[in-house]
Design a protein around this ligand. Structure first.
Ligand code: AMP
Ligand code: ZN
Length: 506
């Protein structure tokens, strides 16, 4: 195994060596819980879930930390807008976040710390940074002094003077010594959540929480840090500055990873863009997408490209009014078909292997040997899910070819190959987070979604199939074929299997 990961700081793919043999610590910046997640956030969650799963599959003992930002301007503002207590709002959206990431097939991280549980440590880090001469208190705030950290700007690749000339100068400049200095602690404003501190009542700045929670759960130095590319500057630059300012150069994350954006119409999906508000609810909230297409197809769609690449979330809008226009997502529909194909294969394979006896030891068809290795090597190469999915789909095709009786091999070899495929599929499923559910349950739910979307009456289809099967029983094949043809005209495909007649929406 030779695991390679692209590192944002050194700007190259490195051969990954963990800090402690056999162990990996990952810290990924989690959501600010003030609303339902959008699909872009979902992409980030899936990217790090894939890392977590693959490193585990490669035998590492992985500690995966994903924080929850539960105190922040956005939460306070939203709470004020709708007249809810900020802590209650944050708790509510933390639960909604869990519902969505579960539907995306993301495993629970090892730790999921919340900012409000780390206030004491945040204050201690502010004090340490002041003592180290890289931070200062001012008017009840505490600021990081960027000029006092020589390597400031290294992560985003911008020297300080360049950053200064490009900086959007924040308000409060009279409190700061330099425009790029950023808040570690903010004095409380009336009506905002606050905690007592040596500088008076206040709350943490945005960046310090991650320095604190990463150190609490992973130590001063750890293996992999991540988040979306938009976080490189200022968030990760500032996290790095805080942690190095406290613990010295050479500490904190050893590899910096950043997932590419999910782009809509060539631009960043912005939660605050008012003109997109309605469309956003209908098309970009994970919850709405899951209702239409299911969570697993969305996960699959994210995995169709390596995590660092940008990915276009192409939406076909038919109509003028965003509230009523017909929306179609060709990329997602394709992913949906792929997932359905995988589950149909799992079901056929299971049904086939349920009859007869195991084939025992011996040769399998050579085509069945290499794909799992290729899948894992794809993931070794900076978690290239596109390569992994190519190997996975090849194996699914092979399974269907054998199930269709199209593999020219002795019976015991065919059976043994199917057994081997079934075993390897379980390994791959666990690693990819795909096709791991009970097939019939998934396929039925999928079909119900398709019926709802296309206005198909499932009960009517079932009744028609009963009529067809009666016609067949009475050997009235002309009638049975005619019924099949009427169903086919409505995009209903029927399959006669040993377990009875099944149907799907084509
Ligand atoms: P936010 O809640 O906006 O702070 O974002 C939470 C996480 O989602 C961060 O790691 C972001 O980098 C990531 N993220 C936000 N928007 C997108 C997007 N359109 N595509 C991919 N990742 C995103
Ligand atoms: Zn962070």
């Amino acid at each position: 195994m030779n695991l390679r990961i692209h590192d944002t700081l050194s700007r190259k793919k490195i051969d990954f060596q963990p800090l402690v043999a056999g162990k990996v610590g990952i810290y990924a910046c989690g959501p600010t819980v003030y609303d339902f997640l959008h699909v872009g956030n979902g992409r980030q969650q899936v990217a790090y879930d894939v890392m977590f799963r693959h490193l585990r599959a490669r035998g590492f003992d992985v500690t995966y930390v994903r924080n929850i930002t539960d105190v922040d301007d956005k939460i306070i503002n939203r709470a004020r807008e709708i007249g809810e207590d900020p802590a209650t709002l944050a708790e509510r959206f933390t639960q909604e976040f869990h519902t969505d990431v579960d539907a995306l097939g993301c495993l629970e991280p090892t730790h999921e710390p919340r900012v409000t549980d780390s206030i004491e440590q945040i204050i201690a880090l502010c004090e340490k940074l002041i003592a180290n001469g890289v931070a200062y208190a001012s008017h009840g705030d505490v600021y990081f002094s960027v000029k006092d950290l020589p390597s400031y700007g290294a992560l985003s690749g911008q020297p300080l003077d360049q950053l200064e000339s490009g900086a959007r100068v924040e308000v409060d400049t009279e409190k700061k010594r330099a425009p790029l200095d950023f808040a570690l602690w903010k004095a409380a404003k009336p009506g905002e959540p606050s905690w007592p501190s040596p500088w008076g009542a206040g709350r943490p700045g945005w960046h310090i929480e991650c320095s604190v929670m990463a150190e609490r759960y992973l130590g001063q130095s750890f293996d992999i840090h991540g988040g979306g590319v938009d976080l490189i500057f200022p968030h990760h630059e500032n996290e790095r500055a805080q942690s190095i300012g406290a613990n010295g150069e050479g500490t904190f994350a050893r590899v910096w990873t950043h997932n590419g954006f999910l782009n809509f119409g060539g631009g960043k999906i912005s939660k605050s863009d008012a003109s997109m508000k309605i469309l956003f609810k209908r098309a970009f909230k994970i919850r709405a997408v899951i209702e239409r297409h299911g969570g697993e197809p969305l996960r699959y769609f994210f995995m169709t490209t390596q995590y660092r690449n940008p990915l276009a979330y192409d939406l076909v809008i038919d109509g003028e009014d965003p509230a009523t226009a017909t929306l179609r997502f060709p990329g997602l529909e394709d992913a949906e078909r792929r997932c359905e194909y995988a589950y149909l294969t799992m079901e056929r394979l299971r049904d086939q292997l349920a009859v007869g006896k195991p084939a025992g030891d011996g040769a399998v068809a050579p085509e069945a040997e290499g794909w799992l290795g290729r899948l894992q090597e794809g993931l070794d190469d900076d978690f290239n899910t596109a390569e992994a999915l190519a190997a996975w789909n090849e194996a699914l095709q092979l399974a269907n070819r054998i199930l269709d009786g199209k593999l020219d091999a002795p019976k015991d070899v065919r059976r043994r190959t199917l057994e081997r495929l079934a075993r390897d599929f379980r390994v791959a499923s666990d690693e990819l987070g795909l096709a791991a559910a009970e097939p019939r349950g998934w396929l039925d739910a999928h079909r119900a979604r398709r019926c709802a979307l296309l206005g198909i009456d499932a009960a009517e289809v079932e009744a028609t199939i009963v009529r067809r099967n009666e016609a067949r029983k009475q050997k009235n094949f002309a009638e049975a074929d005619a019924i099949r043809a009427t169903l086919a005209a409505k995009n209903i495909e029927i399959m006669d299997t040993p377990a009875g007649t099944r149907w799907r929406v084509a």
